[in-house]
Ligand binder design. Structure first.
Ligand SMILES: Cc1cc2nc3c(=O)[nH]c(=O)nc-3n(C[C@H](O)[C@H](O)[C@H](O)COP(=O)(O)O)c2cc1C
Length: 207
């Protein structure tokens, strides 16, 4: 890498509308009041040990569902599923649609997967169903939820993963995911990307 001159930084100060600097997309399954599954595309999530922390809008159906039934499935799509994600991106399971979402062009849809041909199947330990086509499906319980004072439209949800389902063809051996066979779908300033080539590995990488 070319050395940089700290006396002449190559930066400008900007005010971007969004700060989505590239996170994996998840399809979050939550339980509707009638026992069916709602699926919400999200990109604000990260793992801390066996916990996955999710950032979610308070006015969405997923939040309402998790407040009532504190469990979910974090389905993680691969890059080839980007169109299936985008096909349901203008729907909410919330009826009536909140005013601000109407203004953003959202409409109500109870069964979003009817519109993108993904398949729900039963989970093992939670009631929301998991999505068969997603190579990783994490069943989880909601352990905590906090609405930050400085960001009152969002909740930070803490989940604990209790069961991990992985497509057999992304595994190296039984307990290991092969990073050369698995890659997440990345949401990068509202554009979908896959991963590039492997650059190297951490000293603690499994293999
Ligand atoms: C790729 C993608 C990523 C998104 N990330 C988030 C997110 O991290 N948090 C959030 O609250 N909404 C996010 N959204 C918007 C939700 O999908 C949208 O609010 C949707 O209506 C939620 O569905 P629901 O109301 O049925 O839960 C994202 C949408 C897309 C397409």
């Amino acid at each position: 890498m070319k050395p940089m001159n700290k006396n002449k930084p190559n930066t400008v100060v900007i005010e971007p509308r969004i700060l989505y600097y590239g996170n994996p997309v998840i399809l979050l399954s939550t339980l509707n009041e009638d026992g069916t599954t709602n699926v919400s595309p999200l990109s604000s999530s990260w793992a801390l040990g066996n916990n996955v922390i999710i950032g979610i809008g308070l006015e969405g159906k997923a939040y309402e569902n998790m407040k009532r039934d504190p469990e979910c499935v974090i389905n993680i799509p691969s890059p080839e599923l980007w169109e299936q994600v985008e096909q349901i991106s203008h729907y909410t399971g919330k009826n009536p649609v909140p005013t601000y979402k109407q203004e953003m062009g959202y409409s109500y849809c109870k069964d979003k997967l009817e519109h993108n041909a993904l398949t729900c199947i039963a989970s093992y330990e939670v009631r929301p169903q998991r999505i068969l086509e997603c190579p990783l499906q994490l069943e989880a319980k909601v352990m905590g939820d906090r609405v930050p004072e400085h960001a009152p439209h969002f909740a930070i949800i803490e989940t604990q993963v209790s069961k991990v389902h992985a497509h057999a063809d992304i595994l190296l051996e039984h307990q290991y995911i092969d990073p050369s066979k698995w890659s997440p779908l990345i949401y990068n300033f509202r554009h979908y990307f896959g991963l590039g080539e492997r650059l190297g590995n951490n000293r603690r990488a499994d293999v």
